[in-house]
Design a protein around this ligand. Sequence first.
Ligand code: SF4
Length: 622
Amino acid sequence: MKSIALISTPWPLFNRPSIQLGTLKAFLKRALPTVQVEAHHVYLGLAQEIGYSLYGEISERTWLSETPYAALLYPERHEVISRFWARRTSGTALARRSDFKDLCMTLKKASLHILDRYDWDRLLLAGFSVCLGQLTSSLYFIRQIKKRAPSLRIVIGGSACAGEMGESLLENFPEIDYVIRGEGELPLLHLVRLLSEDRTSLPQIPIPGLISRDGVESERSFSQISDLDDLPMPDYTDYFRDLLALAPKRKFSPRISMEISRGCWWRRSSSDGSSGCAFCNLNLQWHGYRAKSNDRVVKELDSLTRQYRTLSVSFMDNLLPPKGLEELFASIGELEKDFRLFSELRATTPRQVLEAMGAAGMRQVQVGIESLSTGLLKKLNKGTTAMDNLEIMRNCESRGLPDLFGNLILEFPSSGEQDVTETMKNLEFAFPFRPLKGIPFWLGYGSPVFLMPKPYGIKPVGNHPFLRHLFPEEILRGLTLMIQGYRGGLRRQHRLWQPVRKKLKEWQSIYHRLHCEKAGSYARTACDPILSYYDGREFTVIRHRQCGTYDMTHRLEGTSRKIFLFCNNQRSMTEILHHFPGFGEDKVSPFLQMMVEKRLMFNEGDRYLSLPVPNGGRRDPE
Ligand code: SF4
């Protein structure tokens, strides 16, 4: 039987199988039953070799991920690369204490051991899925495989190969024979079909979505599946077989990866060429937005969890569909399984959708918060406001709703003092909610800022300067890589955002303290929301937890209580006055102002939002 290998090298998260490998394997198996498809999750073997904690720490940081295999690819540059590693690991818990030379040696030994286990010559083709953080490790494995099997054809694809990035890899690394420009299924099927026909050379016909250095003509178009329901369910048998073979003390509870959609509908929504979030380059390998039907998603989730005996599932979508989510998660809930789900979400996701998600087992969500300044959110083209962000952050503090994780983009080009001042002010209102992580802006190849840098006051200057530490100059010159460098206000931005960095640390520490503080004499539990309310029908008690002292409480009665509950969803002054016709703005406004001064409500323009989390959970706000 003819065989092909699909390979994923470090540093994806080790505790879940690669969705790319699983989906491609299932698709090829169904279309070409006479070809055997092996999926090699080599990152799993390497994670257990260096230890899961260290692997996890490296895999969370792109620059660390690309460093050890750069040293293996270019051993003559070990000193330079090692100094770079030392600088980038400061502030890490484990990586900074690990000896870089030893780490490289361990990775080399384990990688060669994996490589020597297989007879690569017997394969028709080896395909690499290359995404963020996987470039140098993929190049190292490709080089080693080509040494062992010089005539084996190598194809690469994935987000790090989109557009010029893939073309430049093909031009600069002679070991690579083909690059898939967009999604992999159709071009790969086409290529494997041709290769399995026992020809001495491939025919001179273009394969849509594939670029090549040999007989097959290059083709710049994409070739995608039109209906995602037509895809077979992902096949993760290889990953789970490898997991089963681990020594008992190395075993862990894995997650399954699943996709509901491909692409981003927010990116599609603009027609002026600058569509989507200004910093985002996540969707270069797709055209348009496609989603599976709800029935298919429920069936797939049920089937995968039954087959692989795990209830932890990560939805890998960049953006879930804009419609039908409440119904989808209600149907998932009807499966009556104790799922532990994860997904990415837009900040505008309504509370009723979050509730359906929570009831279905959504435990964590990564929300595209990015900023707490509406001015900056406009520059980011996020389509959201600071109030939208605070509303979802507050909602996700409620019992039964998923925990929210989000980032705050720092040093975005063109951000100014006003954006920082607005952020600092609004951070005071965000303190009761789960802290955000500050992430300095990086310029992604193909993102709207990269394509139209002028309005942002920057000038792209090619690959990010850090890459000079990882690649020899003569190679780097010909490459176009994911992280790009730019000139324009870098130092100023760093200075400008310094106070926000400090505030984020303070937030982290207060939130952590309040959630770890013993109930003791303050008569509370550590997991209670920091700012919450209990409703007594005629009155409402708001409770604000404080560090090292008793809770501060506020009592609202009568119309004040009703207005406060009405503003559980953000409301305009007009809506409030319309809902409470007996009260004019002269009466309502001072009350709202007092609530804002106490940071119990947030105000933006003429809109108001109550910040305390409903704690009783017995009934909906009025
Ligand atoms: S950040 Fe998310 S919503 Fe924004 S363009 Fe990228 S995928 Fe779409």
